[in-house]
Each structure stands twice: as structure tokens, then as C-alpha cells.
Design a protein around this ligand. Sequence first.
Ligand code: 6GU
Length: 238
Amino acid sequence: MRIDVVTIFPEFFSVLDVSLLGRARTQGVLDVRVHDLRDFTHDRHRTVDDTPAGGGAGMVMKPEPWGEALDAVLTPSSTVVFPSPAGALFTQGRARELSSREHLVFCCGRYEGIDQRVVEWAGSVAAEVLELSLGDYVLNGGEVAAMAMIEATARLVPGVVGNPESLVEESHEDGMLEYPSYTKPATWRGLETPAVLLGGNHAEIAAWRREQQRERTRRIRPDLLAAGAPEEDRKDQP
Ligand code: 6GU
């Protein structure tokens, strides 16, 4: 998978050099390229923002540098993501979809956002354009959000996570939260590992984990059950 990122803070993305994604890049599974938006300006101050049309507080990112940056990276098969608190919710399902794309382009806005015509224009060139939000809160810019989306997406690309089985029983993969995990020792500071996990009965363990998922999801995220967990898990929600 090829990923291009356009940002005025390329140094934010140095974390992509480490851990699983760093290894995937070294091994050639992921090709990530980070571009400095200011390299696509032509004035002495390398200006990327201007005052909002119609007035109001803050600054808006000018379309021209974005146009030139995207001219350099977009192809007709690209999927373009504009991280934005005004976007649709980025979910595990969305990460799964994006993980099958051959080319992702993340456009990180700052200030009050990017001139909307950039989004519109990108739609006339790329295969798909998405405005996506991490959740209902506001970050200072798209960088941290893009990083979260890149990590959630790239770890689903075959070969990035060493053991693909570890991707199956995770929170949100089946519309529910994950069950709690324990390791040795069986007793720690007076607290016991649940006996069922030490008994070796795999059917009992599976049933216990399923029940833990249901209990946790009902208690912490009842909205997920309402949104479409399997029928059998929805009957007794509050
Ligand atoms: Cl994608 N961007 C910004 N700036 N803030 C956010 C967000 C994105 N998602 C949640 N808050």
C-alpha cells in the first residue's frame, strides 16, 4: 500500500518510522511519503493561509498550494482523506475498507480548515474523496487524526501485523468491545485471574469471553448494541 501525507508539519510523522509500521515500511509492505505543503508555495514567506471569505475568526488554508501538492501525488486510483471534525465518523469498518485501497492520500488541514474547493476538485481527479472525523471533539489540526487513521488502517494490511489471528478477536471487529485479558501470575496483589481461564475448557472459556463482551458493551457502549451487534446480543439491552 502506498500512503502520501500532505502537511505543514512533516516532522509529526516521524513516529511512523517506529514499531510495526516502521518495520512494514522497511520490509516494503508499506510505502509512506510525507510532503511539506510549504514546498508548493512560491512566495518568500511560504504562505499557506488567508482570511476567511465572508469574514469571521481564524484563517483558512489557501487552495493554490494544495492544488499543486495534490497534482504531484493524485492518480485516478487514489483515495483521498481529509481529516476534519466536520467529517463522517472514522470507524473500524472504515479502516477495513481503506486497508484494501492501493493508494491513500491524507490531506492535513490546520487553522479553520482547507478551502472547500480543494475537496471538491480532488473529487474530480481521484477515485474517492472522504472527509473523516475521529470523534466529537476538536483537535488543532488533521495530523494527529491522520496518524490514528493510518495506524488503524495499515495494521489491517496483510503482512503488517505478524500474526493475523490477533486481528480477529479485537474490540469493534464484531460490533462489540473486546473481552478482558489476563496473564500470569494467577494471583497478583490479592487479585485472581478468573478461574474459568485456568480450567482449560475451551468451550467454557469462549462462552465466558462472549458474556464478558456483552456485559462490557452493555455497560460502557450501549450505543454499539443499538447500532447493530448480532440479534442475540441485543435482546436484553437497557
Ligand atoms: Cl479528523 N480533525 C480535527 N482537527 N479535529 C478532530 C478530528 C479531525 N476528529 C476529531 N476531532
